[in-house]
Design a protein around this ligand. Structure first.
Ligand code: AMP
Ligand code: ZN
Length: 426
């Protein structure tokens, strides 16, 4: 599986995070179905791009310093959201040679041409161009008309290689057969997917905004460069994360970074749960209420784990990427657990809940990590109350289970003569 990763010029926002979480879930599901060893998940890092050059200049730091800093932040933030590391995380700047290899092939096969020190892909040379996004060539005039370069044969032709700008910092300038310069955006994904997955591979993912032009152009480059290549067998595009119905994006300024939420003591797992509440293809409107509801939901789930410290999770089941249905089921299991009196059945529900949450990348903390000390104390009082009720009902099995469960957390209950129960930590 190949997924278009971040352009590392600024902190990732929760729209970017949605994309990462969706493919992390798919990665986990594929690992479950086909075995961990069978899945090769490649997610690139775009570390050469106009936006990076502009941001580095604005901050008066080198491109290397900027990209290094953002890669570190991205890695930490995605870890906080419970995302597994991809199998390979290749950087564009380390694959210039592979890009040049494909560009040369495209020129040799008359799919690309040189004009005014630029190399362009000729969209008219590809009879299948635009199929992915269902567009006709005549509709393919991307971007604002002001920027249409005069050198192009067709306004939809896109750049494979461009010459360096006079002020470019050396780390964004590379040698090529067409002079010093840097690659266009799309070629990096053709090059890195080819290197790590070959000319044909199973799944290609990214946000819905990438279908055109980015994925359309990747496909054109690879299919034209490699004989009989179909590029990806399946395309997956996640829907947008929106704010008041509008796509969250850096350019609109309507974004919240993952870091801002984490710094406000919002748990990464709560953010992850909100991102999974909506089917991955649909738009997801992000708001604070959803976040606080997710925290409460997870509190309930963690309480069940706290009450069942010794459980071994059973294998959960998976149905497509229907996360809203999965989360509804989790609520049902949790309700059934809370209503159940039979200890054996309770343990069974707890095992199911833990396993299913783990498949979604949730409940990866221990309850002690999840609950603050205060929460934990409240929870102990709740359990003592439950135990007293059980004792009053002569339900000794449940009463003993609660005592043992707390013992596992080094918490000892002491029944006083006056009928009250106190607790202390061992
Ligand atoms: P970028 O860093 O802008 O290259 O984007 C990285 C990934 O995040 C791409 O797959 C984008 O399609 C995706 N993305 C950007 N904004 C959003 C959004 N508001 N909702 C969902 N995905 C997004
Ligand atoms: Zn890409």
């Amino acid at each position: 599986m190949y997924v278009c990763g971040p352009t590392v010029y600024d902190y990732p926002h929760i729209g970017n995070a949605r994309s990462v979480v969706v493919y992390d879930l798919l990665f986990r599901l594929l690992q479950r179905v086909y075995g961990v060893e069978s899945i090769n998940y490649v997610r690139n890092i775009t570390d050469v791009d106009d936006k990076i050059n502009i941001a580095a200049k604005a901050r008066q730091i080198t491109i290397n310093k900027l990209t290094q800093e953002i890669i570190e932040i991205f890695t930490q933030d995605m870890y906080s959201l419970g995302c597994l590391a991809p199998t390979v995380e290749p950087r564009a700047t380390e694959h210039i040679e592979e890009m040049i290899f494909i560009i040369k092939k495209l020129i040799d096969k008359n799919h690309a041409y040189i004009a005014n020190n630029h190399v362009y892909f000729s969209i008219k040379s590809d009879p299948s161009y635009g199929k992915l996004a269902g567009r006709e060539i005549e509709e393919m005039i991307p971007g604002s008309r002001i920027n249409i370069e005069k050198n192009k044969l067709h306004p939809g032709d896109f750049v494979l290689w461009k010459p360096q700008d006079a002020e470019d910092d050396v780390s964004s300038v590379f040698d090529s057969p067409w002079g010093k310069g840097r690659p266009g955006w799309h070629i990096e994904c053709s090059a890195m997917s080819y290197k790590y997955l070959g000319s044909d591979f199973d799944i290609h993912g990214g946000g819905a905004d990438l279908m055109f032009p980015h994925h359309t152009n990747e496909m054109a480059q690879s299919c034209c460069a490699f004989e009989d290549s179909k590029y990806a067998n399946y395309w997956v595009h996640n829907g947008f994360l929106t704010v008041n119905g509008e796509k969250m994006s850096k350019s609109l300024g309507n974004f919240t970074t993952v870091r801002q939420l984490l710094d406000n003591n919002i748990r990464g797992e709560a953010i992850r749960l909100v991102l999974l509440l909506t089917h991955y293809r649909k738009p997801l409107d992000f708001n604070d209420k959803a976040l606080s509801d997710a925290k409460k939901t997870l509190d309930g789930f963690y309480r069940i784990v706290l009450e069942n410290p010794a459980i071994v999770p059973q294998q959960g089941q998976a149905d497509d990427l229907n996360t809203p249905a999965a989360i509804t089921t989790l609520h049902e299991i949790s309700k059934a657990y809370n209503k159940e009196n039979d200890v054996f059945k309770k343990t069974n529900y707890a095992q199911k809940l833990k396993a299913s949450c783990n498949l979604l990348g949730l409940l990866s903390n221990t309850p002690q990590q999840w609950f603050s000390n205060e929460d934990l104390d409240i929870n102990i009082s709740n359990l003592i109350n439950e135990r007293n009720i059980a004792k009053n009902n002569k339900n000794w099995a449940v009463a003993d289970q609660i005592r043992n469960q707390l013992k596992n957390y080094n918490i000892i209950l002491e029944d006083k003569i006056d009928g009250t129960t106190t607790w202390r930590k061992l």
